[in-house]
Design a protein around this ligand. Structure first.
Ligand SMILES: [Zn+2]
Length: 89
């Protein structure tokens, strides 16, 4: 079986951590290859999947509210808690 080559691996051969990959994706700095790889990775890596969905929900929320009222303080924490509860176990 051929291991899927990881487009996140740097030229010096250093393997990135989940967090480093996630950061690139969330910052929008990942290449198409990296985004594709990460999508597959999320299927098998629950922590990445959780962090990714969490960040996306927060982004969506901020986007939908940014033209109107400011986001109330504590709301982001609230979402984090809800997501943490829903996906744990
Ligand atoms: Zn991961």
């Amino acid at each position: 079986m051929t291991p899927l080559s990881n487009p996140f691996i740097l030229s010096d051969g250093k393997r990135p951590t989940c967090l480093e990959m996630l950061q690139l994706i969330l910052d929008g700095e990942a290449t198409v290859d990296q985004q594709h790889y990460f999508k597959n990775h999320m299927d098998v890596c629950m922590p990445c999947f959780k962090s990714y969905s969490l960040d996306m929900s927060i982004k969506e929320l901020l986007k939908s509210r940014c033209c109107g009222d400011p986001v109330p303080p504590g709301l982001v924490d609230q979402i984090k808690m809800q997501i943490g509860q829903n996906t744990s176990s």
